[in-house]
Write a protein that binds this ligand. Structure first.
Ligand SMILES: [Zn+2]
Length: 79
C-alpha cells in the first residue's frame, strides 16, 4: 500500500505559489495574482503588515490542528 500523505500548503499574503515563477497569493483578494497586481490594486497597502497578519492567523489555526503547512523558508515577494 502506497499511502501518501497529502500536505496542503498554507499561503500567506504575497507568498509565491509552489510550482510557479511569478504567481503570488493576495490575501486582500483571496486570489492568485501576478506581481503587478499588488501595485495596481493595492498601491497604498502595507503588504508586510498584511503578511504578518495572515501568518499570525495561520499560527493560531496551526495550534488548533490545521493540516496545512508553510515552510519557514517559503518564497515570498516580500523581503
Ligand atoms: Zn489583491
Amino acid at each position: 500500500m502506497d499511502k501518501k500523505i497529502k500536505v496542503k500548503r498554507f499561503y500567506a499574503h504575497c507568498d509565491l505559489i509552489e510550482g510557479t515563477a511569478d504567481v503570488y497569493y493576495c490575501s486582500f483578494c483571496n486570489e492568485l495574482v501576478k506581481e503587478k497586481h499588488f501595485d495596481a490594486e493595492h498601491p497604498n497597502k502595507n503588504h508586510n503588515q498584511k503578511f504578518k497578519a495572515t501568518l499570525h492567523e495561520w499560527k493560531l489555526k496551526e495550534s488548533r490542528g490545521t493540516t496545512k503547512v508553510r515552510p519557514d523558508d517559503a518564497p515570498s515577494r516580500l523581503k
